[in-house]
Ligand binder design. Structure first.
Ligand code: PBG
Length: 323
């Protein structure tokens, strides 16, 4: 004991700290979300998410080029369609915004790894993640729509699909549909443990996907539950998920750590819109050191066990990491 043991010896200089650092971030760990809208020449900043935009396909391609040039290997696409209806038919339209964006991005930057969010909420007039009947979100009929959506993304040339709807059995349904259509090599990253979180608030403005009635608590997980996340992850892996995602990230570091310990698949964590907006807002007020907080948050998500981090901070963090 003291005075023999002095842990401060190993913290004396930046060089020794650097040598013993247990967790390092790399731009390779990041996936940058992009919001694709219809039209041309459109780049509209999302007010609650400074630095993030709704962009038409031509603008999204420019943004994707910048992302790739910063050393970030991957983007995640969300769509804001021109038409919304009860069944979210734009979600599986061959010429939907996401399908067009996938073709355009893969055409311009073939090496950039393009992932698509597979969900109905951006495409349905009621804003729920599935088909609605008598005020209830229907599980099994939704699986068919999600499968069609995933296949349409695959036909457009997507590298990986990421279902975020939280319907039961959707990984298996999407896996079968992809295999049947000849896309057995397209992996699935499932939002396995996705919580009914208030941290998604700004995203719903960004993707224009707020539910028009009720909330998502009958399909997304209760924030109070920890063991249930392991059950969700186990089911998704059994159904064929290649990567398991936890979402949100920062308030759920225990879940990331549990899932990492329990399974041998890669783990992704989604540092969601509300986590980003909080930092941006406090930074703007001068109440925090925004850049340091950003790096600390991203490091903590990786330290908890995330192999991949989906984050709106990807570009800013990559610029710091490249220095
Ligand atoms: C769609 C979806 C959501 C997010 C990703 N996919 C919103 C939701 O479930 O309401 C949230 C992303 C974020 O907040 O950054 N189902």
């Amino acid at each position: 004991m003291f005075p023999i043991h002095r842990p401060r010896r190993l913290r004396k200089t930046e060089t020794i700290r650097r040598m013993l650092r247990e967790t390092s971030l790399f731009p390779d760990n990041f996936i940058y979300p992009l919001f694709v809208t219809f039209g041309k020449g459109i780049k509209k900043e999302i007010s609650s998410m400074p630095g993030c935009f709704q962009e038409s396909v031509d603008e999204v391609v420019k943004n994707a080029k910048e992302v790739y040039s910063l050393g970030i290997p991957s983007v995640l696409l969300f769509g804001i369609p021109e038409h919304k209806d009860e069944t979210g038919s734009s979600a599986y339209d061959e010429h939907g915004v996401v399908q067009d964006a996938v073709r355009a991005i893969k055409g311009a930057i073939p090496e950039l790894y393009v992932i698509t969010d597979v969900c109905m909420c951006e495409y349905t007039s009621h804003g729920h993640c599935g088909l609605v009947k008598d005020g209830e979100v229907q599980n099994d009929p939704t699986l068919e729509l999600l499968s069609k959506e995933a296949v349409s993304h695959a036909r457009a040339g997507v590298d990986m699909v990421a279902p975020s709807d939280m319907m039961d059995g959707r990984v298996e349904a999407i896996r079968f549909a992809l295999d049947e259509e000849g896309f057995s090599e397209v992996p699935i990253m499932s939002y396995a443990a996705k919580y009914a979180s208030a941290f998604y608030g700004p995203f719903r403005e960004a993707a224009e996907s707020a539910p028009q009635f009720g909330d998502r608590r009958s399909y997304q997980m209760d924030p109070a539950n920890r063991r249930e996340a392991l059950k969700e992850a186990a089911l998704d892996i059994e159904e064929g998920a290649d990567i398991i995602m936890i979402k949100p990230a920062l308030a759920y570091l225990d879940i990331i750590s549990d899932v990492k310990d329990a399974f041998d698949v890669p783990v992704a964590a989604y540092n969601v819109s509300g986590e980003y907006s909080l930092v941006k807002a406090a930074g703007k007020l001068g109440w925090i050191d925004e850049k340091r907080i950003m790096m600390e948050i991203l490091t903590s998500i990786k330290r908890a066990g995330a192999d991949l981090i989906l984050t709106y901070f990807a570009k800013e963090a990559a610029k710091i990491l490249r220095k």
